[in-house]
Design a protein around this ligand. Sequence first.
Ligand code: GRF
Length: 195
Amino acid sequence: MSKVRLGVLISGNGSNLQALIDACRMPDFPAEIVLVISNKADAYGLTRAKQAGIQALVVDHKAYASREAFDAALHEALVAQRVQLVCLAGFMRLLSPGFVEKWPRKMINIHPSLLPKFKGAHAIRDALAAGEEVTGCTVHYVVAEMDAGEIILQEQVAIHPGDALDSLAERVHAAEHRIYVEAVRRLASLPAQYH
Ligand code: GRF
């Protein structure tokens, strides 16, 4: 059976991208990364993509007059590579409703909290500051409202007494890498959804 073609959108380090790259190296993994797009030219994830021999593009949002024009450039690049499932992996731009509607149940995101708790860009810090005993991470479908799409998979991470942001973030990221790979495996194993 042919593999589901992934497009991964990043803005930074790309450790989740790396987890997907590593998984896709396994012969029985049902997906392959055909394109990585970063909105930032200095994202380390671009280096990871190049090292893995994956086509990587910079689409700089600052070069576009509007969010819609930027999103149209993203869409064009994804379609040109016949991407079937879009994976947001630390992609720090809000996507317009028009773009999101073009990828219904075909675009997913990894978020570092147990959604619906702690939406937004500082979820690990916010969970720690709230004095929670447990946080975690979530893979969800992307809808127009930020961090609000249907949940696909979650993993809990205990917050230890004395945890600092770094120590907690390290465990949350390790959990992210596990569930993002597992979510892609599950979705890509239902190829009728993508072909
Ligand atoms: C992760 O914590 C992810 O949940 C959030 O952004 C971070 C990206 O990290 N959306 P990386 O670039 O994958 O290392």
